[in-house]
Design a protein around this ligand. Structure first.
Ligand SMILES: [Zn+2]
Length: 412
C-alpha cells in the first residue's frame, strides 16, 4: 500500500513544485525632506517575470514615471512590460496630502514623514504565468539619523520582508513612519506591537502600549486571525485630528485620549477596523462603524477597563443620541447614525445569545465578516447573524433599521 500512496504523492507534488517559480521584487524607496518627494524604484529580477504590470495612478501623486522597458502612460495608468532577467520602473511620489482644509493624513517635515505605504506604491494588477510568485522586500534609503517603522519583519540586510496573504503580486500596505522617531515595542497576545511617533512631540507611547496590552488579548479572542504585526503611528498638529485604520496598522492623533468622554475608545475602534478589514456597500457603513464602536465599549468592559455600570450608562447615552438618526441605511455612518447602530449591535447580540442558548453571540458574526473581509452588505450580515442564532433574527428587520428615507423610492 505504502509505495502506491507515495507514488500518488509524487504525481501531485512534482507538477506543483515545477510550477512554483519565484522572482525577486524589491521596492527601493528614498525619502527626501528637501523636495517632499519619495523616489520609488520597483525592481524585478528572476528567470521569469510577470508579462505586464498595470499601475493605478489615479490619486495624481505620481510623477516622472519611467523605465527602460516598454511603458505606456495614460492619464491614470502606467502599463509596464518588465521583461527579464532584471527590470526597473521608477517614479516620484508626493508625500504631503491634505485631508480637509488644514489637516494632513500624509506628511513630510524636516524631521519625519508619516504616510501610507499602499499609497506610496499604488495598486498594481499583474498579468503573469500561473504559479509565478514574488518574494517581495522593501528597502528604505533615508537621511542620516532617520529610522523607520513598518508593520513587517525586518531582514538581516535591513529591508522589510513584505507579505500580503492571498496576493501573488505583493506590495507594501499600511501606515509607515520614518525620521527622528521614538518607538516602544512589545509582543502582545502573539502580536508584534509597536507604537511610534516623531521625537520631541508629547506622545504617550508607554501608556498606549500598556492600554494595548490590556485590550489586544480580548480583541484577538474575537478575531483570532488578527495580523501578526500592529504598528500604531501618532503625531500632533497639523496632522488629522482623529484615527485612521490601515492594513496591520493605524494612525491616531497625539491629542486623542485612549478613552473618550463617552467611554468609547478611538484606538479600539480603529483596531476593530484593522481586524475586520470590511467596508460598507452603499448603505451598510452603519455595520462597519457600528461594530467598531460597539466593540470599542465591549472590549473595554471585557478587559475590566470599565465596569458594567459605566458600560450600561454609556450604552444608554449612545441610544439617546441615536434617536436623532432617522435611518441607518445611508452611505456614510457618523455621529448619531453610528450611535444608533451600536444599539442594534447590542440588541442583535442579545437575540443571538438567547436563540442559541448562549452558545453563539455577535462575536461569531464579527468573526465571519473578518474572515471574508472586503465589502459587506446587509444581506451578508443577516446571513451570518441567522447562522449564529440558528434561526431568523428580528433585530435586522427593515423597520428596525429605519427605512423611512427609502419609502417611495424605487430599488435599483
Ligand atoms: Zn470607524
Amino acid at each position: 500500500m505504502l509505495p502506491r500512496i507515495f507514488a500518488l504523492f509524487l504525481v501531485f507534488l512534482l507538477p506543483l513544485s515545477a510550477l512554483a517559480k519565484t522572482y525577486d521584487l524589491l521596492y527601493r524607496v528614498g525619502i527626501d525632506p528637501d523636495t517632499g518627494l519619495a523616489e520609488v524604484q520597483i525592481e524585478l529580477e528572476g528567470d521569469e517575470l510577470p508579462r505586464e504590470l498595470s499601475l493605478n495612478l489615479k490619486s495624481g501623486r505620481y510623477s516622472d514615471v519611467h523605465s527602460e522597458q516598454p511603458l505606456e502612460l495614460t492619464d491614470d495608468r502606467a502599463i509596464w512590460q518588465p521583461g527579464g532577467p532584471k527590470a526597473t520602473l521608477s517614479y516620484q511620489f508626493e508625500i504631503d496630502k491634505k485631508k480637509g482644509r488644514h489637516r494632513y493624513d500624509s506628511r513630510i517635515t524636516e524631521d519625519w514623514a508619516i504616510l501610507r505605504s499602499d499609497k506610496l506604491v499604488p495598486p498594481i494588477a499583474a498579468t503573469a504565468a500561473a504559479g509565478l510568485r514574488s518574494r517581495a522586500r522593501l528597502q528604505l534609503d533615508l537621511p542620516e539619523g532617520w529610522s523607520s517603522a513598518l508593520p513587517y519583519d525586518k531582514g538581516d540586510a535591513g529591508h522589510y520582508k513584505l507579505i500580503d496573504p492571498g496576493r501573488r503580486f505583493i506590495r507594501p500596505k499600511g501606515w509607515m513612519i520614518a525620521g527622528r522617531i521614538g518607538s516602544r515595542q512589545d509582543t502582545i497576545a502573539g502580536i508584534n506591537t509597536m507604537v511610534a511617533a516623531p521625537l520631541g512631540e508629547d506622545i504617550h507611547r508607554q501608556d498606549t502600549l500598556a492600554f494595548l496590552s490590556w485590550n489586544l488579548p480580548e480583541l484577538k479572542k474575537i478575531f483570532p486571525e488578527f495580523p501578526d504585526h500592529l504598528l500604531v503611528v501618532s503625531a500632533g498638529d497639523p496632522m488629522w485630528r482623529g484615527g485612521l485604520s490601515g492594513t496591520r496598522s493605524l494612525y491616531m492623533h497625539a491629542d486623542r485620549p485612549l478613552i473618550s468622554g463617552n467611554r468609547t475608545s478611538s484606538v479600539i475602534h480603529e483596531l476593530v477596523h484593522v481586524a475586520t478589514g470590511i467596508r460598507g456597500d452603499g448603505q451598510s457603513d452603519w455595520i462597519v462603524e457600528g461594530l467598531a464602536e460597539y466593540y470599542s465599549l465591549e472590549i473595554l468592559r471585557r478587559s475590566g477597563g470599565i465596569s458594567q455600570r459605566r458600560y450600561d450608562e454609556a450604552m444608554e447615552k449612545l441610544a439617546r443620541w441615536g434617536e436623532k438618526a432617522p435611518s441607518l441605511l445611508v452611505k456614510r455612518s457618523f455621529g448619531p447614525i453610528t450611535a444608533r447602530a451600536v444599539g442594534i449591535m447590542r440588541e442583535l447580540d442579545r437575540e443571538i445569545r438567547t436563540a442559541s442558548d448562549n452558545k453563539a453571540s455577535l462575536d461569531d458574526v464579527a468573526q465571519g465578516l473578518a474572515e471574508q473581509r472586503g465589502e459587506v452588505s446587509l444581506k451578508r450580515f443577516t446571513q451570518l447573524a441567522e447562522k449564529a442564532a440558528g434561526t431568523r433574527v428580528k433585530t435586522l428587520a427593515p423597520e428596525k433599521l429605519g427605512k423611512m428615507e427609502q419609502a417611495g423610492k424605487k430599488k435599483p
